[in-house]
Ligand binder design. Sequence first.
Ligand SMILES: NC(=O)c1ccc[n+]([C@@H]2O[C@H](COP(=O)([O-])OP(=O)(O)OC[C@H]3O[C@@H](n4cnc5c(N)ncnc54)[C@H](OP(=O)(O)O)[C@@H]3O)[C@@H](O)[C@H]2O)c1
Length: 334
Amino acid sequence: MNTRTSFPAYLISSTTAGVGAAFTTLTDADLDPGDVTVRVQYASVNFKDALAATGKGRIIRRFPCVGGIDASGVVESSSAQHFKPGDSVIVHSHGFGVSHHGGYAGRARVPAAWVNRLPSGMSALEAITLGVAGYTASLGIDLMELNGLSPTKGKVLVNGATGGVASVSIDLLAQRGYHVVAVTGKPAEADYLRMLGASEVIASADLPAGTKPLEPALWQGAVDSLGGAPLAALTRSMQKDGVIASIGNAAGLDFNGSVMPFILRGVRLIGVNSDNEPELRDRIWKRLGSDLRPRHLAQIAKVIPFAQLPQAIEAIVNGKARGRTVIDVGSASS
Ligand SMILES: NC(=O)c1ccc[n+]([C@@H]2O[C@H](COP(=O)([O-])OP(=O)(O)OC[C@H]3O[C@@H](n4cnc5c(N)ncnc54)[C@H](OP(=O)(O)O)[C@@H]3O)[C@@H](O)[C@H]2O)c1
């Protein structure tokens, strides 16, 4: 390994002034230990990345840390038998960009369990457009269907609808024949949401605001990126045996609800977490390459140069982004 190889990186540090991030130059010698070294082509900006880089969430577990909880690229070297130089891969979840240098750098070195080979015919750009967001959306749908979700049973609500997890969820659910109701704080994006496959678009402010433990039963399923009060409201308006995938916390961490929807309507609240063992990761990535392959990745992705990462982080932390913001790391590193 050439330890003098240098590359640009976006490093998150903690000082007495607080948590902040800045561009720097690293070398291979700065990378964390791991089985697989990847030349990063693309990374993305997830809500968690924005909380991490701005210090608005206590995400980073080891300072300094290169940010970026997902990346796609090409294997440069590997001591793991099942990866070889030249393999196109995606890296995400576990400690990546949290307690181990992440994807906002020309190179990443990681444990093999954090790496997946790209499904056949999927490009590095398509893979990072999915990234953690698409992986988690697919995992959520997989788990919801295992818990009874079916296109014949009623409407499926997707909130935070213009976000990354939600955009992929809408695309996948619509493709599978579900009647998708997109709920958004940006009603001006209704055309985008309909293009992805939403049958209805509702402004968050127009959702029924009842506070009884059991409100009219409207939804057989819900993909929740928000947590907080919106998640508690969802539990009240689920149909009998309805299924909620709890994926995110964009609106808050606290959840103040009643058990009545669970014990009187059999509502199922399923937690979805992307830190999975290789067997499950392989299964979900195979599905992302086959029966859970989104149709609108090109429209969901916004590709920007590495230098514009700080502005993209500001946009997402302020709820102003749409779809998936992809960082072209490779062209800055070559
Ligand atoms: N469980 C896991 O393993 C896992 C994996 C990936 C992501 N997540 C979580 O899932 C959530 C979504 O992630 P993402 O990457 O899709 O984020 P994102 O792209 O930023 O999408 C979040 C969306 O939520 C809405 N929103 C943002 N701030 C809000 C606020 N303060 N109140 C109400 N709505 C708000 C916005 O949509 P509208 O303007 O359209 O309403 C925004 O586009 C995040 O909490 C993330 O941490 C969890």
